[in-house]
Ligand binder design. Structure first.
Ligand SMILES: O=c1ccn([C@@H]2O[C@H](COP(=O)(O)O)[C@@H](O)[C@H]2O)c(=O)[nH]1
Length: 308
């Protein structure tokens, strides 16, 4: 799957990911009213609104982008109907040729991680039958439990030719509370980065490993160091747009070949119609506003990479 991700990035010339984080507050009233008219103000109604919102955005952007990142929390909050909307979104994006990164941030003791890995990346056996329950292409993994919490995910990736993005340095303001703690004079995120590079060595695609890392756009200096520590790992970079990251901050997350990083924006794209810059589209044309925001993001990153 790493080969498909790299191929899609080269084809679109767009190292970006659209984050599908559909909070109800971002969904225009006309979409919600239609869904609630059909299913009532219920969890099913919310799930239908989410699905219709996602579908419209994917239909308007899929030709410009290599990948999407649905954030499972935004679906899980609506219970089983929400998870059904998540699955429908995953399947639809794959039909459109997009690589799907499930932002699930899982990680537990080995046996539990194995079940998460099976459910999200692998196949579960029921009697004589086998099913791929969620079937994302990549998932995000929390490495805090150590190797035995991560290895079950790697095992399933090897079997299924899928991939991981492991949290190394997250974009949030308090990420340093633990991640920047010094151990023998070195910050913990560097040690985790070294481990990601080590896990990735036995998981090589054609050019890059299918074991990647998450490093926030909000910490560009750390991104520069981590790029060198993990030269063969793709870096998923959240924090662009709504969290303040800009193209000029991201240059050092990329390798000299212009590859190696993929930048996520969620609210900045899916709720673009709410920003003054894209207000001319109006709520009715929210998906056109998302397309314009994708085009602007690609231009911003391309310009930054061109200027280095
Ligand atoms: O360090 C991290 C890891 C994951 N995220 C996730 O990315 C998106 C960001 O959303 P924006 O609206 O573009 O801010 C969201 O799903 C987070 O859970 C992150 O932000 N930082």
């Amino acid at each position: 799957m790493i080969n498909k991700l790299v191929e899609n990035i080269k084809k679109t010339n767009a190292p970006i990911v659209v984050g599908l984080d559909p909070m109800l507050g971002y969904i225009p009233d006309h979409v919600k009213e239609k869904a609630f008219g059909e299913f009532g103000e219920t969890l099913d109604g919310a799930a239908e609104a989410i699905w219709q919102f996602n579908k419209a955005i994917v239909d308007q952007t899929y030709d410009l982008i290599p990948a999407v990142k649905p954030q499972i929390a935004m679906y899980e909050q609506f219970g089983i109907p929400g998870l059904m909307a998540f699955k429908k979104t995953v399947d639809y994006c794959k039909e459109k040729g997009l690589v799907v990164i499930g932002d699930i941030k899982r990680g537990d003791i080995g046996s539990t991680s194995a079940a998460y890995a099976t459910g999200h990346l692998g196949k579960v056996t029921v009697g004589s039958k086998s099913y791929a329950p969620f079937d994302e292409d990549f998932v995000t993994v929390n490495p805090y439990l150590g190797s035995d919490g991560v290895n079950p995910f790697i095992d399933v990736c090897k079997e299924e030719k899928k991939g991981l993005f492991i949290l190394v340095k997250t974009s949030n303001p308090s990420s340093g509370e633990f991640q920047d703690q010094l151990i023998d004079g070195r910050p913990l995120y560097e040690l985790v980065g070294e481990k990601v590079a080590e896990w990735g060595e036995s998981c090589m695609g054609d050019e890059y490993s299918y074991i990647g890392a998450v490093v926030g756009a909000t910490y560009p200096e750390m991104g520069k160091v981590l790029r060198k520590i993990m030269p063969k790992s793709y870096i998923l970079v959240p924090g662009y747009g709504a969290q303040g990251g800009q193209g000029k901050d991201l240059v050092h997350f990329f390798n000299e070949d212009g590859l190696g990083a993929i930048v996520n924006s969620s609210r900045g794209i899916i709720a673009a119609y709410k920003q003054e810059k894209y207000a001319k589209f109006g709520a009715e044309n929210f998906a056109d506003a998302s397309r314009a925001a994708v085009e602007d993001m690609i231009a911003d990153i391309s310009q930054a990479l061109g200027n280095r």
